[in-house]
Design a protein around this ligand. Structure first.
Ligand SMILES: Cc1cc2nc3c(=O)[nH]c(=O)nc-3n(C[C@H](O)[C@H](O)[C@H](O)COP(=O)(O)O)c2cc1C
Length: 407
């Protein structure tokens, strides 16, 4: 028979949760987020449905996105026991510049839709964490203001080649003058993928006031108050006109018929490294290196937002790394959601991964501090994974540490 007695205060006291709850609502919200999935849920509760869907959604049936994410479940790590490391190092170099993590914040258009501080908040958080940030052509804060927010941080500029080559050249010049280190040329967007969620939500850029949005204001008053009381939400680099669907704007401005020859002038305008983003085959990886002389490439299906049922970047990565990894830096994106995913992609041949939605979830959940929280989540998870793998640092990861199980 178990003997029972009432607990004494001296026994109970150490069990009491005496952690102070943060008074600041943003801190409180972020303190409850331990994973990117948690940040996604926090984001969902903060912003209008159309805004969340614009970020979270993908093209057509969203098959590319689901497959890109699911592929990470097939990673199998090979840990070494008794490795004897007290400390592990998460840092690496990307394009010759030190980075605190094998992580780059990807270019994402129209960031002020997620939070009124937009790209400036993202740039500041990336700089503070010591990782690169790639500003998009479709930015809602100017190239120069983002540079000021990023200070000494590593910043890259993502370029879409536009029908108006004069404007394209001007953007490259401004990026160069403002201290952007690399030019990321995106090659997977001859036209914009069909984002069905945006169509259903009637999303326009900038958002318009319809009976539906007016209803939404009652549900997300703070987001709308921020939208209506801060700088008008518009493209900082491009001339936009009347509110219109995002895809219509892009199709109007971007050149759908870009070829290898269009890169020649870029080399005249830009003397830094060029990163080709949106590589989806080994053949194109070879062309990017041999014909364009790319200093790095990003194996990417644009987070599933362009061609649906496109190749899955994680599955393509080992073959691309094998084909061109000795001549260029191979980066990857689409579906990287944990620090363990970062370890996996490096083991499978990437120098680093880009993430898009994850930091936008953080931004929606808590502005700049939310982006910082996203990066901190990746950092903690990566550090723990390296320890558990028995690997002293990111740069020691190789093919012996992870494999991709058959589908
Ligand atoms: C809201 C949003 C906007 C994006 N805008 C751009 C863009 O302007 N230029 C670009 O090259 N890629 C853009 N991307 C793609 C990202 O750079 C990146 O390839 C993708 O988000 C990676 O997948 P992940 O979101 O699963 O991490 C965008 C992605 C999102 C989610």
């Amino acid at each position: 028979m178990t003997k029972r007695s009432l607990p004494r205060w001296s026994e109970l006291r150490p069990l009491l949760q005496m952690q102070p709850v943060p008074l600041d609502p943003v801190e409180r919200r972020l303190a409850r987020c331990h994973t990117v999935a948690d940040l996604r849920e926090a984001a969902r509760r903060r912003v209008p449905r159309a805004v969340f869907d614009f970020v979270d959604g993908a093209a057509e049936g969203e098959v590319s996105l689901a497959r890109s994410r699911a592929a990470f479940d097939r990673v199998e790590f090979a840990p070494a026991a008794l490795a004897g490391f007290d400390e592990v190092s998460t840092s690496t170099t990307i394009l010759g510049t030190p980075s605190a993590l094998p992580l780059v914040l990807a270019p994402t258009g129209f960031t002020r839709l997620s939070h009124h501080d937009g790209e400036a908040a993202v740039a500041a958080a990336a700089a503070e964490a010591g990782i690169p940030y790639a500003l998009t052509t479709m930015s809602t804060v100017s190239i120069e203001d983002v540079a000021a927010a990023s200070g000494d941080g590593t910043r890259w500029f993502q370029l879409y080649l536009m029908r108006d080559r004069g404007l394209t050249r001007e953007l490259v010049r401004r990026a160069k003058d403002a201290g952007y280190r690399a030019l990321v040329v995106t090659v997977d967007t001859p036209v914009v993928g069909q984002r069905v969620r945006d169509l259903h939500n009637g999303l326009t850029i900038p958002p318009t006031l319809t009976p539906r949005t007016l209803l939404d204001i009652s549900r997300r008053p703070q987001w709308w108050a921020n939208l209506l009381t801060t700088e008008p939400l518009e493209f900082a680099t491009l001339q936009a006109g009347e509110p219109e669907a995002h895809s219509a704007l892009i199709d109007r401005l971007f050149d759908p018929a870009v070829t290898v020859d269009d890169f020649a002038p870029l080399r005249e305008w830009w003397d830094g490294p060029i990163v080709v983003k949106g590589i989806q085959s080994v053949a194109d990886a070879r062309r990017a290196v041999e014909e364009l002389g790319a200093e790095a490439l990003v194996v990417s299906n644009h987070g599933g937002r362009q061609l649906d049922r496109a190749p899955t970047p994680l599955e393509l990565l080992p073959r691309v790394a094998e084909a061109v990894g000795d001549r260029t830096e191979v980066l990857i994106d689409s579906g990287v959601r944990t620090g363990a995913d970062l370890a996996a992609v490096v083991a499978l041949g990437a120098r680093a991964a880009l993430v898009g939605r994850p930091y936008l979830y953080g931004l929606m959940a808590g502005g700049r501090r939310g982006v910082a929280k996203t990066i901190a989540v990746y950092e903690a998870e990566l550090r723990r994974t390296l320890h558990l793998l028995g690997v002293p640092g990111v740069d020691a990861l190789d093919g012996s540490h992870a494999l991709l199980r058959a589908a």
